[in-house]
Design a protein around this ligand. Sequence first.
Ligand code: ZN
Length: 395
Amino acid sequence: MLGWSIRLGSLLGVPVFVHWTFLLLVGWLMAGPFMAGAPNPVAAGLRAGGFVLAVFGCVLLHEMGHALAARRYGIRTRDIVLLPIGGVARLESMPRKPVQELVVAVAGPAVNVVIAALIIPAVLATQGAGAFAPPAGGRVDQASFLASLGAVNVMLVAFNAIPAFPMDGGRVLRAVLAMFVERATATRIAASVGQVVAVLLAVFGLFTGQYMLLLIALFVFMAAGAEARAEQFASVMRGVPVWRAMMTRFVTLRASQTLGDAARELLAGSQQDFLVLADDAAGDDDATAIAGVLTRHDLARGLAAGREAALVQELMRPACPSVREQEDLQSVLDRLYRDGRLESGECPVIPVVRPEGPRGSGGRIVGLITPENLTELVMVLGAPRGGVPAPPPVR
Ligand SMILES: [Zn+2]
C-alpha cells in the first residue's frame, strides 16, 4: 500500500503519506466545475479542491488523535496514510489493556467532536441554521463551506460510532467486552456484532436503493472476519516457543550452486524458499555461513529468463536476522512487524538457530519459520478441540 504513497512530511514525529489515488480524487473534483461548464470554473474548482483538502485535514487530525493517545502508552505510530476512503494510522501494536485500547479508539472521533464543536456554533451564530441546508446542486459554495465541513465532522463521528470493525466503534465494543471476558472471546463477539451490522446495512441499502451501502456492508463484513482471524492467530501464537512452529526438514543451498540445482530441490520437496549458505560453510546447518535467501518467486523469474546456469548468489536476497528456538513466537512476529519486515514480504524464511551448536559461538540452523508453516500451526493449534498432540521437544 505504501509503495503507491507519497510522503508529505511528518507531523509531531509521525510520518504522513498520501496515496496517489487521493491526488486523483482531488484533481477529479477540481475538474468537475470545468466539465460542468460552471459560470466561474476557476473559483469553483479551487473551492472544491480546497474543501476536499479541508475534509482530509480533519481526517488527518482524527488519525493524529489515535497516534497521540497510543504514544501515551508507549506505542509508536509507523505512519499515517491518507486514502480516498479515509485515513489509516498504522500503530506498531494495539494496547492489550482494554482501558488503553478504549482510549486509543475513542481519541480519533473525539478530535472530530472538538472540530464540530468549534465550527457549528460559529456557523449558527453568523449564518443561522439555514447554512446547514444541502447546497444547491450539491456543490459547496463560499457560504456553505464551513457548514459543510462541520457536517462532515459530525458524519465522521457517526460513522465511527457504528460498532463494527474496521470502524473505531468496533474497537470500542471489543475493548468494553474485554473488560468482562477474555480478549479472544471479546473479539469474536465484536466481530459477530459487526457482521450483523453489515447485513442490516446491506438490507437497508437494498430497500432504499442506496447501492453504495451494499459495497460498504461487504467491506465491513469482510473486515469483521479478518479481525477475528487476526486475533485467533495472535492468541494461538502467544506463549508458543519458536521451535513448535518451525520447519525442521529443510534443505539449504550454496551460493555457487546454479538455478538449475535450486529448481531440482524445489521439485523434490515441499519447500518453497531456500536459505543460502556461503561456499565455505562448515556444514549444511552452519549458522555463521548464512549468505541470503532464494525465494521461489526469484527462482521462477530467473528460470523464465532462461538463466538456469546462473548462480544462486546472483539472484538471492539478504537473509532475515535469525531467531532462537526458545523465543516466544508472538514476540518474534511483533518484532518483525515493528521493523516493517512482515508485510513487505522481506522475510520469506526466518532461520532458527540453536546457539550452542557443535561449532561453538556461531550456532546451528535447526529450523525455518515460513508463512506457510505459521498458517499450518494456526490450523493445528487453533483446531476447535485442540486435539493434536504437541510435537516432541527438540532438545
Ligand atoms: Zn479512527
